[in-house]
Design a protein. Structure first.
Lengths: 194, 196
């Protein structure tokens, strides 16, 4: 429901384009922004879960990123590409969170409950590497390598899209992916040899 | 990089990608919580521009007057402590429930997003504190996970904040797992230190 010129106008924001919703959000319509959130949250939650290794933290970080997006929505220069702009903010927020957490903890504690739970849902056909093992190995990567690997092989983005989101050059991204693959291969082979 | 090496990486990466491509969904109350957090963010202006016509959230509770009686407050506090103790053994993510005062603090600029968690049987739970003038703008909490947990995330500035939960619109409950303070009428409130 939007109030305009002292008249109450009932509108269905679900039919609006991203451009319409960004314009409404920019003028303070929180419900319009909530609709943008509904459109993109499930697209980005998996990226955040893989980056953070934990669903609850991923939702918190996603919410923090969305609040940041709402505050800065006037800076969204191309509202028709709001999704790509939001992805940049989500990726930044994940990177910042992971870096701060690493500084704070200086060590990664394996969450036994989460890993056991994850093992149940890993595809049986690829049982050699379980979700728990792969996520654990992913957590050990440098945050930039982790981000590049997740974007490339989990979210299946092109290097051009990755460059737009991260601001890094394509050759740098290829190098991060290559190093991520090398480290993951080493770590997973250690697990199998153990 | 030789083509064969790149191809090996692609095969390897794609295989791990299939394992990691799980179906993840946000909680169904994600937007409700987001809107609450944005509304509670009122003192913090957006980076650029100003809202021409701030919308009034329809779900704000009206301000309430709470009459405090030790005969009512003490049994509620005791029951709450018992429920929290039970929930820590049954809930899937005990960490997020066992530390209700600040499960997550995500710092952005000078504001942190603090998640408050209340565990107990209730029809409604709202959060009041010095950050919302003790109920002038109470923040409604949302049931999460079907385990009697109610949560809300609120942006708070750095420093010490006092808060309490309002259960079913009339019962004032301090957080049993957080430090408390008392006013001149011995009404207990909880304390959360942000950014320290």
């Amino acid at each position: 429901m939007t109030r305009r010129r002292n008249r109450v106008v009932h509108v269905d924001v679900r039919t609006w384009t991203d451009t319409d919703l960004v314009a409404a959000s920019s003028s303070g319509d929180v419900e319009a922004f909530a609709e943008l959130s509904r459109r993109y949250r499930d697209t980005y939650i998996r990226f955040a879960v893989r980056m953070l290794g934990n669903h609850d933290e991923a939702e918190d970080v996603l919410q923090s990123a969305f609040i940041r997006a709402y505050r800065a929505i006037d800076r969204c220069r191309d509202p028709s590409r709001f999704g790509a702009w939001l992805y940049q903010i989500v990726a930044n927020e994940c990177r910042t969170f992971v870096t701060r957490r690493a500084r704070r903890e200086r060590r990664l504690v394996r969450d036994e409950f989460q890993l056991n739970e994850a093992a149940v849902v890993s595809p049986a056909s690829e049982a050699r590497d379980t979700l728990e093992d792969v996520q654990y190995a992913l957590n050990q990567l440098d945050v930039e390598q982790r981000e590049a690997f997740v974007m490339k092989y989990v979210e299946e983005l092109s290097y051009e899209e990755m460059a737009e989101i991260t601001g890094a050059g394509i050759s740098a991204l290829k190098m991060r992916v290559k190093r991520a693959c090398s480290r993951l291969r080493e770590m997973l082979e250690e697990v199998h040899d153990a | 990089m030789p083509d064969s090496e790149r191809k090996n990486d692609d095969v390897f990466g794609a295989r791990l990608g299939r394992i990691l491509r799980t179906d993840e969904r946000c909680h169904e109350d994600f937007e409700k919580s987001l809107v609450a957090a944005i509304q509670a963010d009122h003192p913090v202006e957006r980076d650029v521009g100003r809202r021409s016509a701030p919308t009034q959230p329809s779900w704000w509770l009206t301000p309430i007057t709470i009459r405090l009686s030790p005969l009512v407050a003490l049994p509620i506090a005791a029951a709450l402590i018992a429920m929290v103790a039970m929930s820590t053994t049954t809930l899937r993510s005990t960490d997020s429930i066992a530390q209700p005062q600040q499960v997550a603090q995500i710092v952005h600029d000078t504001v942190s997003v603090v998640r408050f968690v209340f565990v107990g049987e209730a029809k409604t739970v709202s959060l009041v504190g010095d950050f919302n003038a003790w109920g002038a703008r109470p923040v409604e909490m949302t049931p999460t996970g079907g385990n009697g947990a109610w949560t809300v995330s609120v942006p708070l500035g750095s420093g010490r904040h006092e808060y309490a939960f309002i259960v079913d619109g009339k019962h004032w409950v301090a957080d049993p797992l957080a430090p408390t303070s008392a006013d001149e009428f011995d009404t207990k409130s909880s304390i959360v230190n942000v950014g320290t």
